[in-house]
Design a protein around this ligand. Sequence first.
Ligand code: PEP
Ligand code: MG
Length: 764
Amino acid sequence: MIARRDDPRPLPSETSLRVIMRHLREIMSDGGEGQDKLDRIVRQIAGVMVAEVCSIYLKRQDGSLELFASEGLNPDSVHTTRLKRGEGLVGRASELGTTVNEPEASNHPAFSYRPETGEEIYHSLLAVPISRSGQVLGVLVIQNRTPREYSDEDVEVLQATAMVIAENLISGAVAGTVAAIEASRSQPGLIEGEPLSDGIALGHVVLHEPRIVVTQLMAENPAIELERLDLALEKLQKNIDEMFEHEHLSSVGEHRDVLEAYRMFAHDKGWHRRLREAVEGGLTAEAAVERVQNAMRTRMLRQHDAYWRERQRDLDDLSDRLLRVLSGRLKSSEDDGGLPPDAILVARTMGPAELLDYDRSRLRGLVVEDGSSQSHVAVVAKALGIAAIGQASGIVDRVSAGDAAIVDAVTGEVHLRPTGELIAAYSDKVRFRARRQKRYQSLRDRPAITKDGVPIAMMMNAGLLVDLPHLDESGADGIGLYRTELQFMLSEAFPRLDRQTQLYRSVIEEAGGKPVVFRTLDIGGDKVLPYLRQPKEENPAMGWRAIRMALDRPELFRLQIRALLKAAAGRELRVMIPMVSASYELGAIRALIERERAFLTEHGHPLPETVLVGAMFEVPALLFELDAFLSRVDFVSVGSNDLMQFLFASDRTNARVASRFDVLAPAPLRALRTLITTADRYGVPVTICGEMAGSPLEAMTLIALGFRSLSMAPASIGPIKSMVLSLDAGKVAAFIDELLKEGAKDVRMSLQQFAEKERVAIDG
Ligand code: PEP
Ligand code: MG
């Protein structure tokens, strides 16, 4: 930008940046107190940027922001003004990690008025997060009286300045000021969340997708930095080109658009120019990558359409890749060398496929800031036998890679940097659990029959070949739900017919004659196949998923059915269709299956002896056409995770609402009873394979409602069998009948009291 003659600002942006950098360097190298340094920093920035106010807010342990230094605001408000986590525009910048640029700050709905600061006279506000390695340490703010939107150059200068401040905060150059913040990262701490997958794990923290830490921001020798940058860009381009060629040969083309966009960016002259300019402005090559990424992100975020959001993701990926090239760690994501043997993964958010990316033999625990017990990442964590906790809010900001941690997924607590005593106590707990596990093992060969002689089929959920040994270990009667999509999520490309056939055949063989229910692909919602292009949807869980995809794009479904029919030749095949919403869909599905059967017969392939076609009961609408539905299926399995989210209109992956409704409430229990009594009339067997079946109190209630087959994660088989053996099915049925008749308010509590009185083993 060229400065206008009447522009009060004396210098164009690169120069102002250089001036600020020079001053910062001087301030940092001078002796003196940390507070004094911060005061001088805000004074300098305000001067160079012609801002009436410049302030630094720093984050405290509880996530609140404290005003640490200010030029322009009332001096009494320094160290007095505190913003709660996420409060006001400054809190927003910190919480979201984004830049806020508001010409009329006080008109903004998020504005938080603090009379003690005297800021009511300032209209425009620019706030940028002070962050390092993805962790927000505070916020740098400038304000002016005249309402104006700050220019891109202003934003870039302030962002670069914030980076340098962050570096100096971390390196201790402003000693004392951040002692509290640093202390919170080294002392024992406790975070409470919600258990996602049972277990206790002791290990060391690995931050999911940690960014490369840029340790040096200011260049010693700009010429060398330029050379490093050019070399790295060249290597990056080569790397992308190779990837493109490789993918081009091996894929059917779904990746090509994505790779083409990558390639475009990697070769983009504008990007190169900006990186060079940043290096010429005094930054190291790594710092330049971060700075340009931040600046471009700010611009792209202003565009609200999906296209730009995607481009931003591309740019983020590419910038991370370039940082890896610069640090000589480009291959780091492919080898697991850095993963300790007792890794506790910590992430803000994680999808099921991302979890599967890790070497499971090194994973002990998982802690995420979002997540609910019915989300797919929880399902996968359970399948992998990893102790997992969700809703651990703020954990990412409170840990460093390598910290010791204990994940107690029984209570939902994460102990950070635990003391020796706590470690010893938990080691005892782990040993106790192992002993209890032994007790469950002793029940392995005992049939699950209630005290009054009612047999309950104990089925297991699975989704990967490695789950199959659990069938024998747990003594389960069969596999009630085999989630075929999990294998697809692990593959690099859509598995072809032969690979699928082989896989299903191995599952059937490993099951050794026990029944296996193969659920056809349930893709969509939070389960994504990286190689399959799916339209972006506002509500993917209610969108184009599972059977809906199968009916609209039958090729993938037919291929899977063909593989299943071939794999089960000469035996019984049970296929189950997910997300059925209306009975007519089953007619269309059966026709597709029939077509594959005819094709194989025509080509002389042996067929299964019998083919049973079942459906998942996950969509409440089916309750109102049970007759039509039940007359079209050979068996039904209740997917209580989805059924409950749709019954209560409560997103299973959204921690805020997922635990708001109780599955042990009259409404869902009546729905389940209606299904089971009608299915009995039709002679259709019903199982339940959602998470409900694996919790003792819930499982007891299901038996009370008439369920005689339960399918659950392998680790639940022992506790549930122990519950069944101590239960009188007749008594509990009569009890629930009364409860539902009365419309009891607290069904859970009443059931708990029943279990205690009757000594039903519901404590696992
Ligand atoms: C369910 O919805 O309860 C279920 C078993 O399916 P998934 O969890 O895979 O959606
Ligand atoms: Mg489901």
